[in-house]
Design a protein around this ligand. Structure first.
Ligand code: ADP
Length: 454
């Protein structure tokens, strides 16, 4: 097992990894920016080093600073968390070149899956269903021709994209060129790579993803699916596991397909295979996230498997501690991502000091967070401040428990999305579980109509 793990990240994920290391008995090294000196991950880690100023480019994305801290502290492994360096193949390469184990997949897998167009090619060659689409767009005329063939609406996507950036839905041919140009510009700005391709846009599918674990000996297991269809601007707000729309037969098919995807790239580590599921229960590969995901906790709750612990064990060269037969799904779990944002002002990020903080608790409630009373939320990073997860034997009980926990949660001093979730969790369509990725738009419309009537 590793002697010391450096966590190249901040916030709740750094805390999550430190907790897993502590339970295994591995000392940890936190790195932090000037803006994060008072962050919980800094005080929880065995050692902590400041690696630069607030801007991510000069701290959490600063490879020389991270590697030299690993060398100085005597760490032998680096955990990238999610976001920041987690899907940077060059970082994985640099870690291994300097003799550190990268707690994640090989740089080669990150590369193959990080390029969405290339990942689609790989899947096509392995007979894994993908949405109809194009290769990288080089010529607008050819793109128009392809789109006519696949039929509108289509979605233009950056091959290096993520977090909903570099993506545009196009309803008709007249708008195609303009949107391609827009996505290319955004892709260049956010990912340093302007390449875009086009997919058929499925109208209101479900976003269903499968959590997989793969060791270095070719063993791959799946931990059931998560439904992440409640999204705002293609970004997840609520996730649940299992999906209310997936039956046993489809679950097995999804799981086996996800394992096939992982095997296609000789994947090692924890990963998530994302699919779009249509009304006929047909599903299509969308992408593979080659890292730990924000919403991994709800899969842990329904399977009783500590995903981060398995991830560290895999990177240390140990075989999976479970086989597919050991995995069964018990109950239902829901997660709300609590952000420091003002839901009444179009989710405007709200930095500032948390003056009061009381987290909910009780049976089946889990709060993963790095904040506390008196914590100053820096304006430089992601606005997520907490993940509230609730487990119960049935979906309805989990939903009611979530409502109870949301009502119990006190965060004062900054605006948060708590009131937004308190409303949403009581919504009749959400309660029935009959939603898709179009939910939020339709929900907002219904709310506006109600307000007009009052
Ligand atoms: P990112 O990597 O930026 O998160 P994804 O490719 O994972 O982007 O897509 C994010 C979301 O966008 C999906 O969960 C889904 O709601 C929507 N989406 C993406 N591709 C399609 C498609 N072909 N048809 C319909 N919706 C799509």
């Amino acid at each position: 097992m590793f002697k010391k793990v450096l966590i190249a990240n901040r916030g709740e994920v750094a805390v999550r990894v430190i907790r897993a290391c502590r339970e295994i008995g591995i000392p940890t090294v936190a790195v932090y920016s000037d803006a994060d000196a008072d962050s919980l991950h800094v005080s929880l880690a065995t050692e902590a080093y400041c690696i630069g100023p607030a801007e991510s480019a000069k701290s959490y994305l600063n490879i020389p600073a991270i590697i030299s801290t690993a060398l100085i502290s005597g760490a032998d492994a680096i955990h990238p968390g999610y976001g920041f360096m987690s899907e940077r193949a060059d970082f994985a390469d640099v870690c291994t070149q300097h003799g550190f184990a990268f707690i994640g997949p090989t740089a080669e897998s990150i590369r193959r899956m990080g390029d969405k167009a290339q990942a689609r090619e790989t899947m096509k060659s392995k007979d894994i269903p993908i949405t109809p689409g194009t290769d990288i767009i080089t010529d607008i005329k050819a793109a128009k021709k392809m789109c006519r063939k696949i039929g509108y609406p289509v979605i233009v996507k950056a091959t290096a994209g993520g977090g909903g950036k570099g993506m545009r839905i196009v309803e008709k041919e007249e708008d195609l060129e303009e949107n391609i140009v827009f996505c290319k510009t955004e892709a260049q700005r956010f990912f340093g790579n302007p390449a875009v391709y086009i997919e058929k846009y499925l109208v209101n599918p479900r976003h269903i993803e499968v959590q997989i674990l793969a060791d270095k000996f070719g063993n791959v297991v799946y931990l059931g699916e998560r439904d992440c269809s409640i999204q705002r601007r293609h970004q997840k707000l609520i996730e649940e596991a299992p999906s209310p729309a997936v039956n046993e037969k489809v679950r097995e098919k999804l799981g086996k397909t996800a394992v096939k995807v992982a095997k296609a790239v000789k994947y090692e580590g924890v990963g998530t295979v994302e699919f779009l599921l249509d009304k006929n229960n047909d599903f299509y590969f969308m992408e593979m996230n080659t890292r730990l995901q924000v919403e991994h906790g709800i899969s842990e709750m329904i399977t009783n498997i500590d995903i981060v612990r398995e991830q560290i064990r895999i990177a240390a060269g140990l075989p999976l501690s479970i086989t597919q037969r050991d995995i069964s799904i018990k109950g239902h779990a829901i997660e709300c991502r609590i952000n420091a944002e003002d839901p009444d002002r179009n989710f405007l990020p709200a930095a500032g000091t948390i003056t009061g903080y009381i987290a909910p608790g009780g049976f089946g409630v889990r709060v993963d967070s790095h904040v506390y009373s008196g914590y100053k939320i820096p304006p430089y990073y992601d606005s997520m401040i907490s993940k509230l997860m609730c487990w119960a034997p049935t979906r309805e009980e989990a939903r009611r428990r979530m409502y109870r926990a949301l009502k119990e949660y006190v965060i004062t001093g900054v605006k948060t999305t708590l009131p937004f979730y308190q409303d949403l969790i009581e919504d009749e369509v959400f309660t029935e579980g009959k939603f898709d990725t179009g939910f939020l738009e339709e929900y907002n419309k219904r709310k506006a109509e109600k307000n007009n009537l009052q």
